[in-house]
Design a protein around this ligand. Structure first.
Ligand code: SAH
Length: 253
């Protein structure tokens, strides 16, 4: 690609395509969230929305039966997911498709489980939960992670950062109430440990940034991209007692 024509979005994709996860999370936390499902043995069809390259999709496939379809807007991420499914001999059960989380081409009540890590805030917690509800069977579960306020105090710097990223954070209490209103019984909510941000996300991303710096030496967009990632890390380290990711698990009424 021509150095001068690189966009921020190109860099977001290129920095993340080789990573196991494209946001805070871990296999342990995915497995912990699964432990709250009371009908795990009866799952036959799952959707993983905003699946990225499918780090958590593979963890799901190793822990539940049936078919899993991953949906993401970026074809580069979906290609990696499908290659990994083949490598792990899971291609009969795990399929990635390019699509929008806001406009799904599935049947009503098609799924036993709708999963979504680090993605729902892109369309809004309430909007996503309300829209996805129709695709779940009655008694099926939804499990999502979303950046959330831990306190009623909301530092302006953090608020501005997330608003710029297109996300409106809410408190865990409010989100649980939104989940209830969207047609689910809230089953559990828990905070992701700090290492899900640091060791599992920021550290691998920093390694990818070094590769970009080498490949596109002197490119201003690359420098701005890395600077904005660095700001995200500094902000997290400074304000991590105020916000972070929470997992929300609900059961369709
Ligand atoms: N679930 C993965 C990826 C999280 S990053 C993980 O936890 O590692 C968020 C993902 O959501 C990105 O891959 C992004 O492409 C996808 N995404 C964001 N908005 C989307 C939309 N409207 N439709 C489909 N995918 C979307």
């Amino acid at each position: 690609m021509d150095n001068e024509q690189l966009s921020m979005m190109d860099l977001v994709i290129e920095a993340h395509v080789g990573l196991d996860r494209q946001g805070p999370g871990s296999a342990e936390v995915t497995v912990k969230a699964l432990s709250f499902l009371d009908n795990i043995d009866r799952i036959s069809r799952t959707a993983d929305l905003g699946c990225g390259t499918g780090g958590q999709t593979m963890v799901l496939a190793q822990n539940i039966a049936g078919n899993i379809v991953g949906v993401d807007q970026f074809s580069d991420f979906i290609s990696v997911l499908n290659e990994n499914a083949k490598k792990q001999n899971l291609q009969e059960r795990v399929t990635g498709v390019v699509g929008s989380m806001e406009n799904l081409s599935f049947q009503q009540e098609e799924f036993d489980l709708i999963w979504s890590e680090g993605a729902i805030d892109n369309i809004g917690f309430e909007k996503g939960l309300t829209y996805w509800n129709r695709f779940l069977k009655k008694g099926g579960h939804v499990a999502v992670t979303c950046p959330s306020w831990f306190t009623d105090e909301h530092p302006a710097e953090v608020e501005a950062f997330w608003a710029e990223a297109g996300s409106n954070l809410d408190t865990i209490g409010n989100n649980v109430s939104i989940m209830q209103k969207a047609g689910y019984i809230p089953v559990a909510a828990f905070i992701l440990p700090e290492r899900c941000w640091t060791d599992r996300y920021f550290v691998p991303r920093q390694a990818a940034e070094q590769e970009l710096l080498k490949k596109y030496a002197g490119n201003k967009t690359v420098e701005a991209f890395i600077e904005s990632n660095h700001y995200e890390e500094t902000l997290y380290s400074k304000y991590k007692q105020f916000y972070g990711y929470a997992f929300y698990i609900g059961k369709k009424i």
